[in-house]
Design a binder for this molecule. Structure first.
Ligand code: NAP
Length: 312
């Protein structure tokens, strides 16, 4: 074990990006990290245990942590040797799609409780010790939807915008304490996340939504979203690799988009400060030129782009 191994606390490691990241860091050839991989339901730990292999109990330990519970967070931090976290990765997150009229305020607040206040709760818990030691790195798994809105993802997107604003603001103060913040912004990633969203859609009636809006949601948005995942979706391993790079960087970036293919859409927003170019293009692609959108996604998925499309 390297003398200065850093303790990395990761939320949401039962599947997807968190699981991949935990394993990659724990298997670091230079043994630079001691990973505390957490999940809210330890009944799901088998997949991580198997993926971790002989790193389990050596450079990786698994702990229970629900980011929505003060008690659970306190208990988890209390179980870390010395109680000191060098790198915090706020990864736990939940999605929500659908017409606004058919979603309850409680459902929306639950998304913010996990995605926003869950991350804030963890930061409040580790910050005093990081400030005292004058070092630390807080990584936040945001999303390209934290940079630009996407139809029928209003609440999820708002939660990621909230993270972007919160952590960009905090980054300025924390530099004075030698604590870095990095917002990692994946595009679509093929994980349980999409499956959970499709289950949510299947089990919601979206009562109170007019038929025209429901038609747009089911017949325009959902097929386009499905195609987006199959054409430009990254693997959780690709995103985890980008995060490993961010954690190992001597000067960690504030922002890191992981999907070059998606940058074409982000560029539209950057090109026009009024915001109209992005909104009108997205509207036209979904409502007027769906065939062009489909063709564009097929082109982006084309293997001839493959060698140029790496996690950024
Ligand atoms: N997949 C995408 O397309 C995509 C794109 C951009 C950004 N992201 C972000 O990437 C992050 C990871 O998502 P993923 O794609 O890897 O999806 P995932 O496989 O569904 O992983 C999400 C993780 O968050 C955990 N979680 C949810 N609520 C929690 C809570 N209250 N306390 C602790 N853990 C909780 C889940 O645990 P359970 O198993 O118990 O539910 C799971 O371990 C999320 O922040 C997501 O917003 C995903």
């Amino acid at each position: 074990m390297a003398a200065a191994a850093q303790t990395v606390l990761i939320s949401g490691c039962s599947s997807g990006i968190g699981l991949e990241l935990a394993v990659r860091l724990a298997r670091d050839p230079q043994k630079r990290y001691l990973v505390v991989a957490t999940m809210r339901d330890l009944g799901k730990k088998k997949t991580l245990e198997e993926a971790a292999g002989d790193a389990l109990g050596e450079t990786l330990t698994i702990s229970q942590m629900d980011v929505c519970s003060d008690e659970s967070v306190t208990q988890c931090l209390g179980s870390i040797q010395g109680g000191e976290v060098d790198v915090l990765v706020n990864n736990a997150g939940v999605g929500l799609v659908g017409p606004l009229e058919g979603l309850s305020l409680q459902t929306m607040q639950d998304i913010f409780n996990t995605n926003v206040f869950g991350a804030v709760r963890l930061v409040k818990a580790v910050l005093p010790s990081m400030k005292r030691r004058r070092r630390g790195h807080i990584v936040v798994v945001s999303s390209v939807m934290g940079l630009q809105g996407v139809m029928f993802n209003e609440v999820y997107s708002a939660s990621k915008f909230a993270l972007e604003g919160f952590f960009e603001s905090l980054a300025i103060q924390l530099l004075q304490f030698n604590i870095h913040i990095s917002l990692v912004e994946p595009g679509p990633v093929v994980t349980e996340f999409e499956k959970k969203i499709l289950e949510q859609v299947a089990s919601t009636e979206f009562l109170g939504t007019d038929p025209e809006t429901l038609h747009f949601f089911r017949d325009c948005y959902l097929p386009a979203s499905r195609q987006l995942f199959t054409s430009v979706g990254q693997s959780p391993g690709q995103v985890a690799q980008a995060i490993v790079k961010v954690i190992g960087a001597a000067r960690p970036p504030l922002r890191c988009q992981t999907n070059m293919r998606y940058r074409l859409m982000s560029a539209l927003k950057a090109l026009d400060a009024s915001g109209s170019l992005y909104v009108h293009t997205a509207h036209c692609l979904l409502f007027r030129w769906p065939r062009l959108l489909s063709l564009g996604l097929r082109c982006l998925a084309c293997s001839c782009l493959g060698s140029r499309v790496q996690p950024g």
